[in-house]
Structure formats: structure tokens, C-alpha cells
Design a binder for this molecule. Structure first.
Ligand code: COA
Length: 334
């Protein structure tokens, strides 16, 4: 897209990723809960997942991913104007983006967290783009990072098989040519109950007549069938809407980059949109569902392996708790 006003287009110029070193395969999981490699592989496509060690944190893995993205973009941390951390599992409920800013030495950058579960990266991409389009910022670091292993009930075989830990990052830069071609974001809080990582209050009397709540977060609960149904229905719709806004059709798509939740969801969405399997990016066999990290982690692997080339048209779609979902159509590179 050519712009009337130069320098307020968006280019995605760098990517990076990081995952904890420890890996747990399906065989290992079957020592923990009653399941099997065959069941997990056939229902989800997941074979193993990375799990953060006690010494890892969202800040450490996010910073590692960020350094890769900043270097690929040819920038230094001092060039960054803004850091957005998409996460649902911050090290600190007050937010972890500032810690990453400190860790990177990005003195000039303002930093904040954004929470939209597995849609966090796509929501973050669109949020970052607004700051560039309004001419406010030129260099933005967007990170998706989650350590869901902290919040999974490891005795619940319906959920613990799905999730893993990781981080991915991109750098967005102001550009004369606008490479963000279209997007569409959605939320539906009426279906919130299907996927939660909820704070559960415990009444605590303070003094006579004053009771407050002090509780904690309960592990992830999910209605798998409802979430599956939601994804296969809503994701193709939102992608078609984003493509419509970009004035493109599914034939123009070089890569379908979906949130890596389940291979069956990837296949069903690809079928519905008639996008061939060789255009559908999938790395979930190795990582499971890494929530906000999954899209930038898969993007970075494809870029570094030389599969995604400058100018390729990518449609990315995130979906998950909230419920939230969204899609963004962009071309890779400057
Ligand atoms: N190993 C073995 N058996 C399992 C199991 C496991 N890990 N998890 C569930 N089962 C059993 C169930 O108990 C049930 O047994 P029953 O028929 O005797 O009651 C049977 O398998 C079928 O369970 P069901 O929940 O109907 O399976 P499913 O085909 O819906 O697959 C999911 C379950 C979770 C893989 C699937 O629903 C899914 O992928 N949903 C989307 C989840 C998702 O992506 N969430 C994140 C979005 S961001």
C-alpha cells in the first residue's frame, strides 16, 4: 500500500524467539496423567513441549527473543520507542514489560503489558501499528511470551497436554510503504467461561464490618469442545474479514500463520479457507500451545529457515481466552 504521507506505514523488520531448554514429550506426560502419545498426537498434533525451569522467567525468555528481533532489524535497544509485552503470565501482576526494558537497556522506550491471551500477539501488532500510523513512534518492539506451565493443573489430562512455554518477538518500524494491509479484532465476553485462568477470592475479615477478598489464581480450566467449535467457526470468518479489508483473497496468501493450538484446528481452518497445507505454518508438534508466543515463535523459525521471504503475504490469526480472536494481514520485511 502506498501512502499519501511518507513514513507512517508499518514494516516488520526483525523477528526473534526463545524457548526454555527443558522438553517434556508425550511419553513423559503419560507418567503424570493417564494418557498416551497416540491419544495426544492424534487429537492435537503435539509431541513435546518446552517447560520453563525455576530459574527462567517471562522476562528472561522475552528478553532473549527480543534481542534476536532487534538485531535482525539492524537496531540497538537504544533505538526503541515502545515495548509491548503480550502475556497472560507476567512475572509481576503490575507488568513485566518494564523489567524487559531495563534488562535490554532500552532507556528511551516506554513499556507496557497487554493481555489478550492467545490473541495477544495479533492484538499487540495492531496496537503497535496505531502508534506508528499516528506518527508518534518509529521503532516498536512487540513480544509475545508466556509461561503457562506455572498455571496448568498437572493432574488434569484435558488441559496439561496442550500447553508449553516460549517467547517470540518482532520489531515494527515506520516505513514509507505500509506492509500492514488489513486487520480485524474481536472479543466475546459472554463466552468467557470456556477458558479461564481466574482469580478466586477468599473472604478475609479485616476489622469489624470490613471484609476484603484475598485469594489466588486457580489453574487453567477449559471446555475443550466449545473452544474447538469457537476456533473453527470464528477464525476463518475473521481472516476473511481481514483479507477483505486488505482487498485480497485467500489465493493471495503466501502463508497462513495461525495460533498454534491444535493441528486439527489448523487443518480445519485451512480447509475452510481452501488454503493448501504447504502454506500453513505449523510447529506445534515441538512446542504445544505457547499462548501469546506461538505466532511470533513460528514466524521467527520460518524466517530464519529462509522459508518466509521479504514481501511474502502472511495472514496471522490469534484466538483464545476472553474469548478473543483476530487476524492481521501483512507482508514480511521492509
Ligand atoms: N488422554 C487420554 N484421554 C483423554 C485425554 C488425554 N489427555 N483428555 C481427555 N481424554 C478423554 C476424555 O476423558 C473423554 O473420555 P470419555 O469419552 O470416556 O469421557 C475422551 O477422551 C474424549 O474427550 P473430549 O474432551 O471429547 O476430546 P476431544 O476430541 O474434544 O479432544 C481436546 C480434546 C482438548 C484435544 C480438543 O477438545 C481441543 O483441542 N479443543 C481446543 C482446545 C484449545 O485449543 N484450547 C486453547 C485455545 S487457545
Amino acid at each position: 500500500m502506498n501512502l499519501k504521507q511518507p513514513g507512517i506505514g508499518i514494516a516488520i523488520t526483525g523477528s526473534g524467539s526463545a524457548a526454555p531448554v527443558h522438553s517434556l514429550d508425550n511419553q513423559g506426560l503419560s507418567q503424570l496423567v493417564e494418557t498416551s502419545d497416540e491419544w495426544i498426537t492424534s487429537r492435537t498434533g503435539i509431541r513435546e513441549r518446552r517447560l520453563a525451569a525455576p530459574t527462567d522467567s517471562v522476562t528472561t525468555i522475552a528478553s532473549e527473543a527480543a534481542r534476536g528481533a532487534i538485531a535482525m532489524a539492524g537496531l540497538t535497544p537504544a533505538d526503541l520507542d515502545l515495548i509491548i509485552l503480550a502475556t497472560s503470565t507476567a512475572d509481576d501482576l503490575f507488568g513485566s514489560a518494564s523489567q524487559i526494558q531495563g534488562e535490554l537497556g532500552a532507556q528511551k522506550a516506554v513499556a507496557f503489558d497487554l493481555t489478550a491471551a492467545c490473541s495477544g500477539f495479533v492484538f499487540g501488532l495492531v496496537t503497535a501499528a496505531q502508534f506508528i500510523r499516528t506518527g508518534v513512534y518509529q521503532n516498536i518492539l512487540l513480544i509475545g511470551a508466556d509461561i503457562l506451565s506455572r498455571w496448568v493443573d498437572w493432574s488434569d489430562r484435558r488441559t496439561c497436554i496442550l500447553f508449553g512455554d516460549g517467547a517470540g518477538a518482532v520489531v515494527l518500524q515506520a516505513n514509507d510503504r505500509d506492509r500492514l494491509l488489513g486487520f480485524e479484532l474481536r472479543s466475546d465476553g459472554t463466552q468467557n467461561k470456556y477458558l479461564n485462568l481466574a482469580y478466586v477470592p477468599q473472604p478475609k475479615p479485616l476489622i469489624d464490618g470490613v471484609t476484603i477478598a484475598q485469594g489466588g489464581f486457580h489453574p487453567i480450566t477449559m471446555n475443550g469442545q466449545e473452544v474447538y467449535r469457537f476456533a473453527v467457526r470464528r477464525v476463518p470468518e475473521v481472516i476473511e474479514k481481514a483479507l477483505f479489508r486488505a482487498n485480497l483473497s485467500t489465493e493471495d496468501v503466501d502463508w497462513l500463520l495461525l495460533h498454534q493450538a491444535n493441528q486439527r484446528i489448523l487443518d480445519a481452518v485451512g480447509d475452510r479457507l481452501q488454503i493448501p497445507a504447504d502454506k500453513i505454518i505449523s510447529n506445534l508438534a515441538k512446542y504445544g500451545n505457547t499462548s501469546a508466543a506461538s505466532i511470533p515463535l513460528a514466524l521467527d523459525e520460518e524466517v530464519r529457515q529462509g522459508h518466509i521471504q521479504c514481501g511474502d503475504t502472511i495472514v496471522a490469526s490469534g484466538f483464545g481466552a476472553g474469548l478473543t480472536w483476530g487476524a492481521a494481514v501483512f507482508q514480511w520485511g521492509r
